[in-house]
Design a protein. Structure first.
Length: 622
């Protein structure tokens, strides 16, 4: 078994696709891990901005999370309807394109691509933050750990949907189980302590009752950061096709479980922060601990449960990037199907995956992690913009969809639900954009139109190619002539002999071109008569012409190019076939030792040539 087979599994036949479909249990970690794990950093992101309020910020943090829960409920009902209406996958791009037009679809596509890249980066970064909270000595290795986890995730995802779901079920349920235990025990202690529980182990000194005052701007920024807890909600609707039949019911059930657990986690973490009077620490401060770390210390102390919980948080957060790995390739495929991205994203790899989408996501995520040093707090300001833009466009598209479905039962209720969702997420989008603009949202706002511009340029290219290549006329057999064959030849050897033999079969007019440098001791003309012309004459074949081009400055490629282009110009209506002798080596690394001029000449001929210049490779296998 090869190394590739061991890493990513043996190739799967197309007929095995049905076996790769998943159920609800596997769908939760594949499509829900990003949403579920956002409970580990969403409340902290909201409350960190309230630190200037002192301990009074806990009360406002609780209210902000409550508002986010209301918004999450609206989005949940909206996406349940999207799954029902689009059983083949109703991501924002599909819904917006079909109902609002291609421009809106491109806006959704750009927003989603940015969101998925940031989802992967933030998930991995937050997981490593959990690790460095438990083991502070690892803080200086944050970026390296992030990149290692990213590489491992890419390898796991290349194994296929089913293997990925199986691998992630245990970490997902361990994460959910430990946090539910934290919330359950914390609430039980709160009840028995009359609403004022005492921490088991000491936590950082409490903040003063009031430091600053709450303004609208601070409230907006806190709400905008907390909305990071809602990212990943769309994933199930975008990946409906991954579920087995009945796929709509299974997808809706998976979405319900994911949102239900997420709401419990968000509520519980916010509530425990309130009753234990715990505020987040400054992310850049000395001895930083995450909010989850502080809560577990307060409820259970720093025993085995603390390290089990922090380990599960680290694992789940790092793996939460898998939601992006599950949906990004599907999204890029859908966009490429409409010619807005390279067609390579349509191709399925050895494990029935759209592998090139995984490669692209891995590369972009690595760049983001390197640029921001793998620090979650630096990435959060860029986050959620794309998600809420996609939410809004998807819900607005669903409003148009239900408006057209005049005979559908319950059409009006569905229209109202999606309409309310579009308004709510649209208002939230404006709040998030305004509140985070200076902190980094301007980067996302700038990237969206740039991405749209790139996609439109790709579309124009494919449209031009289709126009030029389309030919509905019968085969044209007028003015068929043998081509003029050009064989660049540095010396006479077994490779160039093969090129000459093939050239003699192609045409009676052959021009062997030899570029002679001043520092070259022996030229081709010295062996021309004996090795080449004599055997050709004895067989009665047409004699090739030897063209020797002097090169005082030792240039090879430019004289060849000039000669070929001039020859094509002097022979209008004739094709010029350039035969390029090329050595084929056994090992890939040996390519660096050979064929550099051949590859360069081939590239220039393809770039500077035209329809009448044909390049033919003549391989010689070593």
């Amino acid at each position: 078994m090869s190394i590739v087979d061991r890493l990513v599994g043996k190739p799967l036949a197309t007929s095995e696709e049905r076996a790769e479909h998943i159920g609800v249990a596997a769908g939760i970690p594949i499509f829900g891990l990003d949403g579920l794990t956002s409970a580990a950093y969403g409340p902290e992101a909201a409350m960190t901005l309230l630190i200037p309020l002192g301990i009074a910020g806990v009360e406002y943090g609780w209210r902000i999370i409550s508002a986010i829960l209301v918004l999450l409920t609206i989005v949940y009902f909206s996406y349940r309807q999207t799954i029902e209406a689009y059983p083949s996958g109703g991501g924002s791009y599909t819904v917006a394109t079909e109902n609002l037009g291609e421009k809106s679809g491109l806006l959704a596509a750009a927003a989603l691509m940015i969101d998925y890249i940031l989802t992967a980066a933030v998930g991995i970064s937050a997981g490593v933050t959990a690790l460095t909270s438990a083991v502070p000595s690892l803080q200086r290795h944050t970026l390296l750990i992030c990149l290692v986890i990213l590489a491992l995730l890419a390898i796991v995802n290349l194994r296929g949907v089913k293997d990925t779901g199986t691998a992630f079920i245990l970490p997902t349920f361990l994460f959910v189980g430990t946090l539910l235990a934290l919330i359950g025990v914390g609430m039980w202690k709160t009840v028995h302590a009359g609403g004022h529980p005492m921490p088991v182990d000491p936590i950082p000194p409490a903040l003063p009752a009031t430091v600053g005052s709450l303004g609208i701007w601070m409230l907006m920024k806190s709400f905008a950061s907390g909305c990071a807890a809602m990212t990943g909600v769309e994933a199930v609707s975008n990946g409906v096709m991954a579920f087995g039949e009945p796929r709509v019911k299974r997808a809706q059930r998976a979405l319900t479980i994911i949102i239900g657990i997420l709401m419990v986690l968000l509520f519980g973490i916010a509530y425990l922060s309130k009753v234990y009077r715990i505020m987040p620490m400054e992310p850049e401060g000395t001895g930083y601990q995450s909010l989850i770390s502080l809560l577990v210390t307060a409820v259970f102390g720093r025993g085995w449960f603390y390290y089990t919980t922090m380990g599960s948080v680290l694992l789940a957060l790092a793996l939460s990037a898998n939601t992006a790995f599950a949906d990004f390739p599907r999204l890029t495929r859908a966009i490429a199907m409409h010619d807005y991205l390279p067609h390579v994203f349509i191709l399925r790899g050895r494990r029935l995956l759209y592998s090139h989408g995984i490669y692209a996501l891995t590369g972009f995520t690595a760049v983001i992690l390197i640029l921001f040093g793998g620090v979650t707090d630096r990435l959060i300001p860029l986050y959620a913009i794309g998600a809420f833009m996609a939410f809004t466009l998807s819900q607005a598209g669903m409003v148009v969809h239900w408006h057209r479905m005049e005979k559908h039962p319950g059409r009006r209720i569905r229209l109202v639900v999606n309409g309310f969702g579009a308004v709510a997420t649209g208002i939230t989008l404006v709040v998030v954009l305004v509140a985070k603009f200076v902190a980094g949202a301007w980067v996302t706002a700038l990237l969206v139109p740039i991405l749209i511009g790139i996609m439109m340029a790709v579309k124009r290219h494919y449209s031009r190619v289709k126009r030029e290549m389309k030919d509905m006329t019968p085969l044209n057999l007028v003015n068929l002539q043998e081509p003029i064959v050009v064989i660049p030849m540095a010396r006479w050897d077994r490779i160039t002999e093969k090129a000459m033999r093939f050239g003699l079969l192609m045409s009676k007019e052959i021009k062997v071109v030899h570029v002679h440098s001043d520092d070259e001791e022996e030229g081709l003309d010295e062996v021309w008569d004996d090795k080449i012309l004599q055997p050709i004459k004895s067989e009665g074949l047409h004699e090739p012409e030897l063209v020797v081009i002097p090169s005082s400055y030792r240039f090879i490629i430019n004289p060849l190019m000039d000669y070929i282009l001039e020859l094509e110009k002097e022979n209008p209506g004739r094709k010029v076939a350039v035969l390029l002798p090329e050595l084929v080596v056994r090992h890939w690394w040996e390519n660096a030792l050979h064929n550099q001029r051949v590859q360069l000449l081939k590239l220039f001929l393809l770039l500077k040539g035209n329809q009448r210049i044909v390049v033919v490779n003549i391989p010689w296998y070593l």
